[in-house]
Design a protein around this ligand. Structure first.
Ligand SMILES: Cc1cc2nc3c(=O)[nH]c(=O)nc-3n(C[C@H](O)[C@H](O)[C@H](O)COP(=O)(O)OP(=O)(O)OC[C@H]3O[C@@H](n4cnc5c(N)ncnc54)[C@H](O)[C@@H]3O)c2cc1C
Length: 417
């Protein structure tokens, strides 16, 4: 079936999600093409920047199963404890790795490091053809294949494969070409991120603090520093970005308090407008939309990439099993199965993230008390806290092989060299 086609899978977008998918497929010798507009080394690359990302234990397990974790872990800081509180409130809840029986609740590291590791693997694997820099301009689909027209310095060319994975981010042009509509709601908030040096080493403690304007995350980072992700109302963002360093640190100190002593220095600030975007469906004929192209979440709970990597693990498993059985990876049965397997995780993660943002953004007087009681109750009743933790750590529901730390290639369709 695929003999006349160029590849078994075409991946549009080689950001965090597309590059991870290609690396996963390569472990099972699936022939894939990756089309990415920007190499990881250039500043314009939107997926791999200085933004610090929290990786859940399930994500770590997937990277371990792919043999990528040792290189990623070089810059990873473990989270041993999380403190959640609300400014002006009495409630506080703590979650600890020890209580969960884990060595870490997650790891923090710059997305740039993940990008460098993924691209090193992509460039080394013979199963992967990397078109970068190259832009996917258009897609057409017929009964046997998806055809993607790409533009690069070498000119225009067309690639064909039985399955197209659309990983070109929140503003996906290919999703639009496939006729998949988007539901979108702006939070009217902007995430301001910066690396900050505190007086005291956070020693693996992450803080999530809910303020009147939005949540503030202060996460442990390499060398005793902190990665700050501060959600502010959209109208205030410009002013926060323009503050000089000492004014910014003073504002941050007032919002966070002195749990880590004084904040001594802040690095470059960047801003990300926040919205929730959900594709009305993630399948079209011979195509699946994954990652930010399918669901873009508020970063408050650090779930976006973690959720998307579970997309990757499920899709890679279905494609591998189908090819091992001599089947067609773009067949409707596989696309339906993928959607069915991902539905519950999407719904829960979306409800969890959106619920936190809405609950803590609401200034109704009775709600402040309710929120603080909620935090206190979570602290007093570990059972309910653990349900929340399992969801946040990607440990609830059906888990694909990679998320259980198992290799993708079950029967060895072809043996790797
Ligand atoms: C401030 C902030 C903090 C976050 N923190 C966390 C966290 O702690 N934990 C977590 O799990 N998630 C976090 N996220 C979410 C995470 O960043 C996203 O889930 C992730 O970037 C999604 O990756 P993606 O590959 O789907 O999309 P993108 O990162 O948008 O990548 C899309 C890629 O497609 C390429 N592209 C686009 N169009 C084309 C085309 N036509 N042709 C070729 N290439 C194309 C782009 O160049 C890009 O490389 C955070 C997000 C933000 C904004």
């Amino acid at each position: 079936m695929s003999a006349a086609l160029d590849y078994e899978v075409i991946i549009v977008g080689g950001g965090l999600v597309g590059a991870s998918l290609a690396c996963a497929l390569a472990t099972a010798d699936v022939r894939a093409a990756v089309i990415e507009a920007f190499p990881p080394e250039v500043d314009a690359q939107p997926s791999f920047d200085e933004r610090q990302i929290a990786l859940a234990p399930a994500t770590r397990r997937i990277f371990e199963a792919l043999g990528l974790w040792p290189a990623i872990a070089v810059e990873a800081t473990p989270i041993r404890e999380i403190h959640v509180s609300e400014q002006g409130g009495f409630g506080i809840t703590r979650m600890s790795a020890v209580e969960e029986g884990l060595d870490a609740l997650g790891h923090i590291l710059p997305s740039r490091r993940i990008g460098a590791t993924l691209f090193e693997r992509l460039r080394a694997r013979p199963e992967i053809t990397l078109y970068c820099p190259a832009k996917a301009q258009d897609v057409t689909v017929d009964a046997t294949a998806a055809t993607v027209r790409i533009e690069s310095e070498q000119g225009m060319r067309s690639l064909r494969a039985p399955l197209l994975a659309v990983c070109d981010g929140a503003r996906s042009s290919i999703r639009e070409r496939l006729g998949i509509r988007l539901r979108e709601r702006s939070y009217q908030q902007v995430a301001v991120i910066a690396n900050v040096t505190p007086e005291r080493n956070p020693e693996g403690r992450a803080y999530e603090r809910f303020l009147a304007g939005g949540p503030l995350g202060v996460l442990p980072a390499a060398g005793g520093g902190c990665a700050v992700i501060w959600t502010v109302p959209a109208a205030a963002a410009e002013a926060v970005l323009k503050l000089d360093e000492s004014e910014f640190l003073a504002r941050l100190q007032a919002a966070f308090g002195y749990r880590l002593g004084r904040f001594l220095a802040a690095g470059k600030r960047s801003a990300y407008p926040l919205a929730v975007l959900v594709a009305e469906r993630c399948a079209a004929q011979r195509a699946l939309v994954i990652g930010n192209a399918a669901h873009t979440l508020h970063p408050v709970a650090g779930q976006g990439f973690n959720l998307a990597l579970r997309d990757v693990a499920v899709l890679a498993e279905l494609v591998t099993d189908t090819l091992e059985a001599g089947g067609d990876p773009g067949e409707p049965r596989l696309l339906e199965r993928y959607q069915r397997l991902r539905r519950v995780d999407y719904q829960r993660t979306l409800a969890f993230t959106d619920g936190i943002v809405r609950l803590f953004s609401n200034r109704l007087p009775g709600l402040t008390l309710a929120r603080n009681l909620g935090l206190l109750l979570l602290d007093l009743f570990p059972g309910s806290r653990q349900v929340l933790m399992r969801q946040a750590m990607g440990r609830s529901g059906w888990l694909p092989r990679l998320a259980r730390g198992l290799p993708l290639n079950r029967t060895g369709r072809r043996t790797r060299g």
